[in-house]
Structure formats: C-alpha cells, structure tokens
Design a binder for this molecule. Structure first.
Ligand code: 1GP
Length: 254
C-alpha cells in the first residue's frame, strides 16, 4: 500500500521522492537505469502518466518497469482514461480542483468507475491543483483550465482545504511538466499550513536545490519527470538531497 507511506511521511517528516515516467517518452535503457536506481534505494515511488497516449508500447513498458523493480510501487498518474492499467499498484484518482472543467472534476471518473473497481488498484482520491509555472504547460492546455496564479497563496490554500473537506486523501500541486518556475516555497508553506493531508509537489524541479527547497517548505513528496527523461545520472544526488531534508527534520524532532 502506498498511502500509509505518504501519511507516515506527513506525520514524521520522512520526505519522499517520486519519479514520473511519461509512457509516450519512455525508453527501454532509461527505464532499466531508473529501476536500478530505485532498487538501490534512491526512488520511493514511480508515477506513470502523461498528456498523450500515442505510444502503442505503453503497456509493454509498464510491464517492463515492473519486471525490473524489486519492491518500489508504481502509481498511475493518468492524463487520460486510456492510461488505466491493472499492472500498476495504485492510482492517484485526480480531481482537478484548480479548474472548472466538470469533466475533470467528476465526468471521467464516472465513465471508468466500474472498470477501476475491477482492476483492484489501491485508489487514492487526490485533489490536484495546477499552479502557474511561468509558461503554458501541456496539462493546462489539455485540461482547458487556468492554473492558479503563482502569487495567489490564499486561493491555493483555500482550494487545497476545500479538497480536504470534500474527503480527498492527498493534495498534489503541480506547476506542470517542464514548468519554467517550480512552485515557490512561500506558496507551498501557505498550503501546508492549511491542510493536514500529505502534500505532493511537482513541475519544474530540475535540480537537487529545487527539490530541497520544496521539501523544506512543506512538501512530503516531490515529483521529478522531465529532468530525468534524457539523463538520470543525477538521480543519486537528487535522492541524497531528499534524504538530507528528512535528516534535518529528524534533528529538529530529537
Ligand atoms: C508534472 O509534476 C510533474 O506533472 C513533473 O514535472 O516533468 O517538470 O519534472 P516535471
């Protein structure tokens, strides 16, 4: 089960690192290398999903990744209902709370509810918030929604809180894949202070420093996709930065 680990991260300050793989951009050698890093203890969770579903080999690549992993879970982060796959361990069942597109708040969920039940994945109801990352991203375009402006801390915090009140189990704030600017520490801290749920932050995190800044501001798990797609050599350094923040939390606690 993935959720207890996330809840524990929130409770203890044991920070987590997720690597996002876009099935459309997956490459065999990169998947194998990422799996190796994960088996060596550098990755806590893989996320699997993207905006397009062109690649005919997507299901095959997910199987391949699973075959190479010892125990690290794979969570679906679906950009489309076509990305549901029973081969994964769990799913972030996203409601795009920052938008006003009813299809992404409830419509598509209804379409696939029966199918999802049959798959027996661990389902994590997720309040998903898009934050402006300095340039239009695939997800804002494809979802036909406007991200929350990067300096509207109150709106972001109120949106996350509404998600918690509606029964979401976690909040994922995303500047979108390839965002120019990651979500600022001040905005992360504002949301963190308003909710009790695990908080996931992604979009534009391309350096260990950016990862550490998001975690120190209150993220429980960060997500890195784009920055590892072509070159994953820096993953151990990234993982060390994540562990470094957890360690600092330990020192504060003791
Ligand atoms: C996007 O949060 C993820 O949904 C990851 O973003 O690809 O910019 O790392 P990047």
């Amino acid at each position: 089960m993935v959720y207890p680990t996330l809840a524990n991260a929130r409770a203890t300050g044991n920070k987590m690192l997720a690597v996002l793989i876009d099935p459309d951009k997956a490459r065999r050698d990169n998947l194998q290398q990422l799996a190796q890093y994960a088996n060596d203890g550098h990755v806590d969770v893989f996320l699997w999903g993207g905006s397009l579903v062109n690649a005919p080999q997507s299901a095959y690549y997910l199987k391949l990744l699973r075959a190479h992993l010892d125990s690290v879970p794979v969570v679906l982060f679906p950009g489309s209902t076509y990305q549901l796959d029973p081969e994964a361990d769990a799913i972030f069942l996203l409601s795009l709370l920052s938008g006003r597109n009813s299809d992404l708040l409830i419509g598509r969920h209804v379409q696939v509810a029966g199918r999802l039940k049959q798959m027996q994945l661990e389902i994590m109801p997720t309040g998903y918030l898009l934050i402006d990352g300095g340039r239009p991203t695939s997800v804002s375009y494809m979802s036909n929604t406007t991200p929350i402006p990067a300096d509207k801390y109150g709106i972001a915090a109120a949106t996350a809180l509404a998600g918690q009140q509606l029964g979401m189990k976690l909040i994922y704030m995303d500047a979108g894949s390839g965002a120019l600017n990651p979500i600022s520490p001040d905005l992360i801290a504002s949301v963190r202070n308003e909710i009790d749920l695990p908080l996931i932050i992604g979009g534009g995190i391309r350096t260990p420093e950016r990862a550490a800044a998001a975690l120190e501001a209150g993220a429980d798990m960060i997500v890195v996709g784009n920055g590892l797609e072509r070159n994953s050599d820096w993953l151990p350094e990234l993982a060390a930065a994540v562990r470094g923040v957890s360690h600092r939390f330990d020192l504060v606690e003791t």
